[in-house]
Ligand binder design. Structure first.
Ligand code: SAM
Ligand code: SF4
Length: 428
């Protein structure tokens, strides 16, 4: 999401004659786009700010701005605590950047953290900053109305609002015409995308079908689905369109219904399992990934074990795994006690990671001997002679370059794997 937002910011600033530089010492303006989701994300930003302070000492012409969720969460406090910062801009105020920058040029500090109920930046054509020119993100909505008890997002990104579907289709079509072969539609809860009145309006299922209809050669992915809103209708649309990728990210957070209740996730373990069964029924070849939080308020050893057993049952291909980090002003921070000791959180997270490594390896071993259509994305990190790409299931495959170029579709026969990567040969 922040990658897309940075591309929107770049587009706004290009109109003011700013240019992006790869070389930080050439920059007259450094903007750091921030995340507040866990405390360690914010601590990393603070460390970067110290680095920027050194750059600013050497060159008095440099200005430093902090944008994104941390700007929204901490507002003026940032200007008080971090002398290096000239500019603080929240996620809904990027159109104000030119005005705020002219204030900074006059030697003042600039701040705007107003949230909006309508801003989607729908009319702004993002300046693409991806390196491969094959895959890109398209934002379809902003904000979130779910208020999971641990989460800062509704506070830092505001209420949920969907973007005009015509602008989404136009952006995806333009990407395809410029050689891109994959778009990922982004929102905090894409299943609740909704434009206009439902009689004549556009639902997420309809939007997805339209984006997939741009061209069969355009792969379409989306994130994130919320288990409470994931419909059979969506899975049926996917089953009917081979270019809708066979990969579903369905964050579970915990395998215990009691913990899910404290998290205010609005589904139970049983409902989640029912949704996974529906995925298996309509899309038997789909991969499944998730997010898991270890050591949420009041989590017992038994509740933790339920997370492990659900992971085994679902056989996740990939998980993003985190220790619970208390965030001020969330429901959990106000009403629940962060009572799982740090060493217990670490132990539980390690058990979750260890199990996931086993599941990821087992899932990939099953792919050995099979042939997959792979979209080539770029040169492999390890060798110029090899390319990497991904299967529809979102698994990374490394294979010999041959005459293949990034953006080509190739068939690769899988010959070996690690827990993170498939290795294969071209299969003509
Ligand atoms: N909207 C998506 C959803 O509901 O799944 C993703 C939101 S968040 C940007 C990505 C992930 O960060 C969440 O799924 C959750 O696992 C994790 N997360 C959010 N708040 C957290 C917290 N306070 N401590 C630890 N992990 C957290
Ligand atoms: Fe946060 Fe829950 Fe919204 Fe995801 S759905 S962004 S976890 S409040």
């Amino acid at each position: 999401m922040n990658v897309v937002d940075s591309e929107v910011v770049a587009a706004i600033l290009q109109k003011q004659d700013y240019q992006i530089t790869e070389e930080i010492n050439e920059a007259s303006l450094i903007l750091v786009n921030t995340c507040s989701i866990r405390d360690n994300a914010e601590q990393r930003i603070r460390a970067r700010l110290r680095e920027f302070g050194r750059i600013k000492k050497e060159n008095k012409e440099v200005s430093v701005g902090l944008i994104g969720c941390m700007a929204e969460r901490l507002k003026e406090q940032l200007l008080e605590e971090e002398a290096v910062i000239d500019l603080v801009v929240g996620p809904d105020a990027y159109r104000e950047l030119p005005r705020l920058l002219s204030q900074v040029e006059l030697g003042q500090k600039g701040i705007d953290t107003l949230l909006s109920t309508t801003e989607t930046y729908a009319d702004i054509e993002p300046v693409r900053m991806d390196k491969n020119k094959v895959t890109s993100f398209v934002s379809i909505m902003r904000g979130c109305n779910n208020f999971c008890s641990y989460c800062v997002v509704p506070g830092t990104r505001g209420r949920e609002r969907s973007r005009d579907p015509e602008t989404i289709i136009a952006e995806a079509t333009d990407l395809f015409e410029n050689g891109y072969r994959e778009v990922t539609l982004l929102g905090q809860n894409v299943n609740s995308y909704k434009w206009g009145d439902m009689e004549e309006g556009v639902s997420f299922e309809q939007l997805l079908d339209r984006v997939a209809g741009i061209d069969p050669l355009l792969r379409v992915r989306f994130a994130t689905s919320h288990p409470k809103d994931m419909s059979d209708e969506l899975l049926k649309v996917m089953a009917g369109r081979p270019n809708l990728c066979r990969s579903i990210h369905l964050p579970v957070q915990s395998g215990s219904s009691a913990v899910l209740k404290r998290m205010k996730r609005k589904y139970t373990r049983e409902h989640y399992m029912d949704r996974v069964e529906a995925i298996r029924k309509y899309l038997p070849d789909a991969s499944l990934s998730t997010d898991i939080i270890a050591g949420f308020c009041g989590e017992t050893e038994e509740e933790h074990k339920q997370t492990l057993s659900l992971m085994e049952w679902a056989g996740y291909d990939l998980s993003f795994m985190f220790k619970y980090s208390e965030r001020s002003e969330t429901f959990a921070a106000r009403k629940l006690e962060d009572d799982v000791p740090e060493r217990v959180k670490t132990k539980r997270l390690n058990e979750i990671i260890e199990l996931q490594l086993k599941l990821s390896l087992a899932g990939k071993q099953k792919d050995i001997g099979k042939s997959y259509e792979v979209l080539a994305e770029g040169t492999s990190k390890k060798s110029e002679e090899q390319l990497y790409g991904r299967t529809s299931q979102n698994k990374v495959v490394v294979f010999p370059r041959g005459l293949v170029k990034p953006g080509d579709y190739v068939h690769v026969k899988i010959t070996d794997c690690t827990s993170a990567t498939l290795l294969g040969v071209l299969n003509f």
